[in-house]
Design a protein around this ligand. Sequence first.
Ligand code: GTP
Ligand code: MG
Length: 302
Amino acid sequence: MEVQESKQKKAAFVAVVGRPSAGKSTLVNSLCGAKVAIVSPVPQTTRNAIRGIVNRSEGQLVFVDTPGRHLSERKLNRKLTETAGRAAAEAGLILYVLDATRPPGIEEAAVADWLMPSAGRVVAAANKMDSPRADFAEVKAFLQNHLQPLEAGRCFPVSALKNEGTGELLACLFDLAEQGEPFYPEEYYTDQPPEFRIAEIIREQAINRLREELPHALYVEVADTEMREGNRLWVRAFILTERDSQKGIVVGKGGAMIKAIRLAAQRELNLVFDWKVELDLRVKTAHDWRRNDAALRRILGA
Ligand SMILES: Nc1nc2c(ncn2[C@@H]2O[C@H](COP(=O)(O)OP(=O)(O)OP(=O)(O)O)[C@@H](O)[C@H]2O)c(=O)[nH]1
Ligand SMILES: [Mg+2]
């Protein structure tokens, strides 16, 4: 009698770690085929561990996007680094994202050093391979020198932006994942509450319009939501700045900046959600929130 071999499903948490701006969030979105995490050219965009879920015939991978790791002793940065550390400690597998367009320096070496004890659970992605400046050989040589126990076959050239090379990367992660039942229902691609996603998308649109130091001085709070007739979701949200003097920059001349942020966020929210989102967006000050432990705990959940 012929025995039909039933293939066991795989399930794993995969912490996505690396330096700021390596493209971790872009890669998580690309792997999940949905906008799970916000993205910007400004380093330190991600502030929380954000889960993006991939369901395939092989099983389920739960990617945990994390804040970029870098060497800084400022309170906010220390907390962000701790978030990445916790996610990596808790996950079965670690996806280490490197920016192949930037020569690896001491900050990259510090990330590799930190990963050394976990090297057996690491898969690396050399990202931004679509750029003419990308150098895959340099990434491989760096890993050979700084994360030696990593097997040569566990480093993949990818472009998160163009979604290239991600199939091979996923296949390797599924290969390494343990057998198990899915952690989330199979129709889920993220577990973030809608209020958090709304606040993040507003922050993304604000960061993308405000350069330099200001993006790091902002956070967004959703104060109120109401479902209205015609599948409309009304949202009142605040952009909070550290100092009164920064409010003017966010509001802009004649209110032009806050209007641009509001309209762009509304457009983006309408793509992400099934509701038609109507945003009432305002600015206020939360004095020196980056130095305030209670505020940091609330915003970072840590
Ligand atoms: N050319 C190119 N640019 C990319 C690629 N992936 C990400 N980027 C760009 O790199 C910048 C940073 O991307 P993010 O995904 O926000 O990077 P991150 O690692 O999540 O950054 P933090 O959250 O700040 O740690 C953005 O401008 C992206 O558009 C890629 O594959 N190719
Ligand atoms: Mg990010």
